[in-house]
Ligand binder design. Structure first.
Ligand SMILES: Nc1ncnc2c1ncn2[C@@H]1O[C@H](COP(=O)(O)OP(=O)(O)OP(=O)(O)O)[C@@H](O)[C@H]1O
Ligand SMILES: [Mg+2]
Length: 240
């Protein structure tokens, strides 16, 4: 359903050119759960941003749900971003002056959804992420884990087919990390495609596919490979 064909990305700052992604080929199926792991600066965020239509590739072709992304107008791209993709960032990116309810509802304001339906959807999501009692709170009144759950609810409000999560647990303690990962796993079991960047191999083990990113080059290996290499018990691996 998503396909990168020889997609590369470089950034030019004054006279310095950084090749953030070497030409990449990648196929993502509906319902996939992929972890991109790799050291800082390896290109994980750039890759997620390209996949999320936030960055334009410098070469190659990108097919999103049967459409050639490079041939789309800005308007068509923003419609895909708004309807089909949910973004979860490390720093949450909630709007500080709005309460949790309004933050979650925000992406629907740009859709033509009826007010009653919007309300129903936000209330359901608040329940799903366990924040029903915090609807009226401002983001700063919530813990990091709660803010991240609110950010996930906001990413889900348009019922996107793909969730992009960049270090979704990077700022969280162990307990909140477990809760957020459980939430992502449940969403994936319900059919949402999840693409996650992480430094943490143990979290990556929760996904169906692990792809290493190093100097802008990707390499996919089986989960069994990591289980052997890191001595992680097979019974802790997700069933595939
Ligand atoms: N907007 C930009 N302008 C110039 N260079 C950039 C830009 N964004 C990323 N880069 C460079 O591209 C390379 C890949 O960066 P990227 O942010 O994708 O890495 P990352 O794997 O997400 O790292 P981290 O784990 O620290 O988040 C780095 O060398 C970085 O400096
Ligand atoms: Mg990054």
């Amino acid at each position: 359903m998503l396909e990168l064909i020889g997609v590369s990305k470089n950034f030019t700052d004054s006279s310095v050119i950084t090749q953030a992604l070497q030409p990449i080929n990648l196929q993502v199926q509906d319902g996939d759960f992929i972890s991109f792991i790799g050291p800082s600066g390896s290109g994980k965020t750039t890759l997620l941003n390209v996949l999320g239509l936030l960055e334009t590739p410098c070469s190659g072709d990108y097919i999103f749900a049967g459409k050639r992304v490079l041939a789309l107008s800005d308007k068509e791209k923003s419609r895909l971003r708004n309807r089909d993709i949910g973004y979860v960032f490390q720093g949450f990116h909630l709007l500080p002056d709005f309460n949790i309810y309004d933050n979650i509802e925000m992406p629907l304001r740009y859709s033509r959804e009826h007010a009653v339906m919007r309300r129903k959807r936000v209330v359901t999501l608040l329940e799903q992420v366990g924040l029903s009692d915090f609807a009226k709170y401002k983001p700063s009144q919530l813990s990091g884990g709660q803010q991240q759950k609110a950010a996930i609810a906001r990413a889900l409000v348009t019922e996107p087919s793909v969730i992009l999560a960049d270090e979704p647990t990077g700022n969280l303690d162990l307990h909140s990390t477990a809760e957020v990962m459980a939430l992502l796993s449940t969403l994936n079991q319900q059919g949402t495609t999840i693409l996650m960047a992480t430094h943490n191999l143990e979290l990556a083990q929760r996904s169906k596919r692990v792809i290493e990113v190093r100097d802008g080059v990707i390499k996919e290996r089986s989960l069994t490979h990591y289980a052997r290499r890191w001595g992680i018990a097979m019974n802790r691996l997700p069933t595939q």
